[in-house]
Design a protein around this ligand. Structure first.
Ligand code: 5GP
Ligand code: MN
Length: 347
């Protein structure tokens, strides 16, 4: 039903790596999202079914609204000081590292540097462009909507899907749903829905998963959304672009928790004709660090703009980066970037 996604050589290499019982660590990118967490929990479960020991390690905290994902509570978080020693111990003893939903160890900050110091072979299961070399098996499909889609297709080819557990199906659906804004972008391929059909047949309640992720928030979080849109959103009408800022004073006022600003960057794209949305948020620990998120519609290249102006990258319609400056300076840089891309934005 689904075409193979890896070559016979890769399949052979994977079989060999997993032939005997191994201690396997799974990792994901910083600021883990639903796809990062879901691909780790699903793959960890598959590997346990195959007889391996697994540990999932995130570089930093993930949002509360992902905590319900089966297996999420068991993850180690590398930048939590009380878990770092244990995480490093597990990593030193690992026979294999599975990189889920990231294309380079640099996407894990300090955790990446530690992984780089290890000699254990790596497997990459990802959908970001330009994967790093150096993995024993690299399964990189930038055309796919989520690392969870890549994982499902791998499971299908490897024969691991026939015994897929309900929890694995839930994790995979969550990753595909969150990386596509609940299948509102980057999800026009029939295969996406053929996979969903399989997951529903396996017993997932997709409506409940949607509610768990998108429809379960605190009153503070809802008020924060209103505030950011009403007070902090600037619309540059002529450029079909918008900028939203969020500083630490506001963060404290709304008692913002990890992940509370997730999805806000997409909202300005609801305005008719809007092509680009830029979200600038001050780092909690270092106020001189401004995290940047970009989202666009059609063929506006967020990744190009991010590489040129925000020290980052990503996909065509979703990219991120960071600046080291004040919020006011960051807004100026964002405006300069918008002017520079004027031809594409005004068109
Ligand atoms: P977000 O805005 O959700 O943080 O990131 C959007 C997309 O851009 C994600 O797919 C993420 O992988 C990518 N991205 C975010 N920050 C960076 C960065 O600093 N470098 C690169 N290459 N990609 C990034
Ligand atoms: Mn992803």
């Amino acid at each position: 039903m689904f075409e193979n996604i890896i070559s016979p050589e890769q399949q052979q290499a994977l079989h060999q790596l997993l032939a005997d019982k191994k201690r396997i660590v799974l990792t994901c990118h910083i600021s883990p999202d639903g796809d990062a967490i879901g691909s780790m929990t699903a793959m960890a479960s598959v590997l346990r079914r195959l007889g391996h020991d697994t540990t999932c390690i995130c570089p930093d905290n993930f949002p509360d609204f992902l905590m319900w994902i089966p297996g999420a509570k068991d993850m180690l978080v590398y930048n939590r000081s009380e878990q770092r020693t244990q995480a490093e111990q597990v990593l030193r003893e690992a026979d294999l590292v599975c990189m889920m939903d990231h294309n380079a160890t640099s996407r894990m900050n300090e955790l990446g540097a530690f992984v780089d110091s290890l000699t254990a072979p790596r497997i990459m299961i990802d959908h970001h462009p330009n994967p790093d070399t150096g993995c024993a098996v690299t399964i990189s499909r930038p055309g796919m909507c989520a690392a969870c889609e890549v994982l499902f297709r791998l499971m299908w080819q490897m024969g691991w899907a026939s015994d897929m557990t309900l929890d694995e199906a839930i994790s995979i659906y969550t990753g595909m749903m969150t990386d596509t804004g609940a299948f509102t972008y980057n999800s026009n391929r029939p295969e996406v829905f053929e996979i969903i059909a399989k997951l529903i047949a396996r017993g997932i309640d997709k409506d409940r998963i949607y509610r768990n992720v998108f429809w379960t928030q605190s009153a503070d979080r809802l008020r924060l959304t209103g505030f950011l849109l009403y007070v902090n959103m600037q619309i540059l009408d002529d450029y079909h672009a918008s900028i939203i800022t969020f500083n630490n004073k506001e963060r404290r006022h709304f008692q913002t928790r990890n992940g509370d600003t997730e999805g806000i960057v997409n909202m300005p794209l609801q305005v008719a004709g809007m092509k680009l949305s830029i979200f600038l948020r001050q780092d909690t620990e270092n106020p001189q660090n401004i995290r940047v998120s970009l989202r666009s519609v059609d063929d506006f290249p967020c990744n190009e703009m991010s590489a040129r102006y925000f020290n980052g990258g990503g996909h065509l319609n979703a990219a991120g980066g960071r600046l080291t400056c004040s919020m006011d300076q960051a807004v100026e840089i964002a405006k300069r970037a918008i002017k520079d891309f004027e031809a594409q934005l005004r068109a």
